[in-house]
Design a protein. Structure first.
Ligand code: HAM
Length: 404
């Protein structure tokens, strides 16, 4: 028997697919309230796109890409994340030349060749938002508050971790100070960190090795070495979050696994799902549009990992919606179908195609999660009426077909 690949799952279970659609529906509604509109980009892109954005020294590009040469001899890969493709589309479609702020959201499958375990898949889904053209720290606050709103709407508890990664004024200087610190501890740090020291030193700060972490407790902190602009913005951001009652932890070791960030970086963590606890992550990436050959454009975004939320989402008590149409008499099937099809133009409608007794239809309406069960039998045909049961408040009524 041919089986699905490791770390790649089917979503078949009724509960899971209901949760999945409920998540997309809720997140889409909230993103639209914040002024975002939908964008879809391809799942396959040139490998160079991710090398230049996510960064060659990152684990994602260095170890986890589904990369291959296609039949036209192009070096391509399945997208490991959504931001790079959205930025490419933004530049390719010349949105970087427009003066207006562009706010885009997307959802879809991402691919990372990681070691599969609970909450860590090789094919997974993200819901992401990217905002272009707004340098004001109010936008940083808005995106973080939007993630809060999405999680609150779904009944998900979280902890927010926040850091600033500085900008081109203060980061290079900090990097030198950190390299110096790593040099004086060269004997004691792990092999990975020795390599990171040469390729991307700030990534040492989230090394999983506990001995390294003991050493880095004394490492210089970027938070204390921010330039005036970054420092002012970070304080302004925390003030806005305070004003909106959103608590956070400042985590000076939060560096994120992708190289494109500057200034604000954040992660939402759940303590209820085991080791893979990050349920969303994001930050500012003011230099990325330029790196991908666009006009310099400030930008910020986030992505939520949908699979990690599945067991946390609290579904609404009743999901009943729309109508079920059933006929109790062979002669009524056509009319039930006709009225059902009309109603379908505006509402969710399920139509039973066979004449059955009332009990069978009520059962089918219940299974279809309909709010109303509408029945046409011999009497209703004669009287030109419809029998309706509201499956939420359990009331029954008979109304003229013309009124329906
Ligand atoms: P990321 O932190 O790499 O950021 O991924 C965002 C979220 O995707 C994670 O917090 C996690 O919930 C989920 N995720 C990541 N890898 C896996 C996996 N192997 N299996 C299941 N879920 C996973 C980004 O991807 C950035 N593009 C976010 C962003 C958007 N930054 C700015 N704009």
């Amino acid at each position: 028997m041919i089986r699905s690949l490791r770390g790649m799952n089917d979503t078949l279970d009724i509960d899971d697919s209901a949760r999945f659609s409920y998540f997309i529906q809720t997140a889409t509604r909230i993103a639209k309230n914040y002024g975002f509109r939908f964008i879809e980009t391809p799942q396959l892109e040139e490998t160079a796109l991710f090398k230049r954005s996510v960064g060659e020294s990152s684990d994602i590009v260095g170890k986890e890409m589904y990369q291959f040469t296609d039949k036209g001899d192009n070096d391509v890969c399945l997208r490991p994340e959504g931001t790079a493709g959205v930025v490419r589309a933004f530049v390719q479609n010349k949105y970087d030349r427009q003066e207006t702020v562009q706010r885009l959201f997307y959802h879809g499958t991402m691919f990372r060749y990681e070691r599969p375990q609970k909450g860590r898949l090789r094919q997974f889904h993200q819901f992401g938002c990217e905002s272009f053209g707004e340098a004001n720290v109010l936008e940083d606050a808005s995106l973080i508050l939007m993630v809060r709103d999405i999680f609150n709407a779904l009944g998900i508890n979280f902890t927010l971790k926040l850091n600033s990664l500085g900008d081109s004024n203060c980061m290079p200087q900090y990097r030198d100070t950190l390299i110096e610190f790593l040099g004086s501890n060269e004997e004691d740090i792990c092999e990975d960190c020795k390599r990171r020291k040469a390729t991307n030193p700030i990534r040492v700060l989230d090394c999983k090795n506990s001995h390294c972490q003991e050493i880095y407790a004394d490492a210089p902190k970027l938070m204390q070495n921010l330039c005036e602009g970054c420092d002012t913005d970070f304080k302004a951001l925390t003030n806005i979050l305070d004003e909106h009652g959103l608590s956070y932890e400042i985590d000076t070791h939060l560096v994120r696994g992708l190289d494109y960030y500057s200034k604000t970086a954040f992660e939402f963590i759940s303590t209820e799902i085991g080791a893979q606890s990050a349920i969303a992550g994001g930050g500012r990436y003011d230099r990325l549009v330029e790196f991908l050959d666009g006009r310099p454009t400030p930008a910020i975004g986030f992505a939520i990992g949908i699979e990690r939320l599945m067991e946390l989402i609290k579904m609404p008590e009743t999901s009943r919606e729309g109508y079920y149409f059933g006929a109790m008499d062979e002669n009524a099937i056509n009319l039930a179908y006709k009225i059902g099809m009309k109603k379908r133009q505006r509402d969710k409608v399920t139509i039973g195609y066979k004449a059955r007794n009332l009990k069978a239809h009520l059962k089918a309406a219940d299974k279809a999660d309909a709010q109303y069960c509408v029945i046409l039998g011999e009497n209703e045909l004669k009287n030109k009426t419809l029998w309706i049961k509201d499956l939420v408040d359990k009331t029954e009524s008979e109304i003229p077909q013309s009124e329906f």
